[in-house]
Design a protein around this ligand. Structure first.
Ligand code: 13P
Length: 339
């Protein structure tokens, strides 16, 4: 298949090792402006640049966060922001030993000709943007594709367009020695059952890994960020923690090569307790059978209790930071099957 792209495999592997040392996981704090505003609105918080900055300052200055979090994924607005005392967020994180990462995709947009399906954009100018964020201090990155389950969907076209973009993004990251988080999220929205989520997730993974092979991605130098295999939020049948754990592990064993060092789950709208309990059950019940680290890269399942406690009021910062710390500590326990 021709010559491999030039990259420093050791740099990629070292970054991954540091991200997940001491049973740590990742904190996704890369909500786009729209998503962050939606969450602020739901919590009764004013939706302004300054409130987003204050909220992200609360997160990055949480005492002890580095005990549980090896890397934080930032949004492009956030990566250039500073604390009220004028210290760059990126410097606060780096000093604490938390590696900064950057969300590189430009969002999932309606896919022309394919109703209710989306394709993630952001490849144009990506090499230059990677170089810019690397100069700022980012050592890993994220790109999220979304796959919906419904009547007649996902289509093969939607899966193929999305995994093609994931592969090209991952290649550009690795060319720059930046670790790509490859995130194909099968959504929880809908009435589908656990088996349907299993089938779609397996199909997406198999097509994804064939595409990653075709585009010469170094599997040892990437992180996979999948959904858990779980029934849709509107499904009348919801499964036990052990059933979700078993389905997720079996699905990934069928479809994810052992060369991938780490799988860091998204929480996808599960409650914080559910997401942590599912991760715990996977590690508790299957740890000895797994070729990869199973860890977390949660946004809502780490942040939501803290956001609800903060309410946009600085008087609540300590309490919010404490909740953020506690949630991430529980996820570290879940990574070891000790939650
Ligand atoms: P959730 O954990 O809230 O699903 O977010 C993870 C993420 O980064 C989605 O892209």
């Amino acid at each position: 298949m021709g010559k491999n792209i030039i990259m420093n495999k050791e740099t990629l592997k070292n970054t991954i090792q540091q991200l997940f040392a001491s049973n740590k996981g990742l904190l996704a704090m890369d909500e786009s402006t729209d998503t962050c505003n939606k969450r602020f609105a739901a919590a009764g918080i004013e939706q302004t640049v300054e409130m987003r900055r204050r909220y992200r300052e609360l997160i990055v200055t949480t005492p002890g966060l580095n005990e549980n979090i090896g890397g934080a994924i930032l949004f492009y607005e956030t990566i250039r922001q500073q604390t009220k005392d004028g210290i760059n967020f990126i410097d606060v994180l780096t000093k604490a030993g938390i590696i900064p990462g950057i969300k590189l995709d430009m969002g999932a947009k309606p896919m022309a000709g394919f109703q209710d399906e989306k394709v993630t954009e952001g490849l144009d100018g990506l090499r230059e943007r990677i170089s810019e964020y690397k100069t700022l201090g980012a050592r890993f990155a994220k790109w999220r594709a979304v796959i919906a389950i419904g009547d007649g969907i996902p289509t093969m076209q939607c899966i193929e367009a999305n995994v093609h973009a994931l592969a090209r993004y991952a290649a550009l990251c690795q060319e720059a020695d930046v670790v790509p988080i490859v995130e194909p999220e099968v959504l929880m929205d809908g009435a589908h059952n656990l088996q349907q989520c299993f089938d779609v997730t397996e199909q997406v993974m198999k097509i994804l890994f064939y595409q990653l092979y075709k585009y010469k991605i170094c599997l040892e130098g990437m992180i996979l960020k999948p959904n858990m295999v779980i029934a849709g939020t509107k499904s009348t049948v919801q499964n036990s923690k052990d059933e979700v754990a078993e389905a997720t592990v079996n699905c990934l064993l069928q479809s994810v090569p052992a060369a991938v060092p780490a799988i860091a789950f998204l929480s996808g709208g599960q409650s914080a307790n559910d997401a942590t309990a599912h991760l715990n059950a996977m590690n508790k019940n299957f740890k000895n059978r797994l070729p990869w680290i199973l860890t977390f890269s949660f946004a809502r399942a780490i942040q939501q209790p803290a956001l609800d406690a903060w309410k946009g009021d600085d008087a609540n910062i300590k309490e919010a930071q404490n909740l953020l710390y506690q949630r991430s500590k529980l996820d570290v326990a879940a990574r070891q099957g000790m939650y």
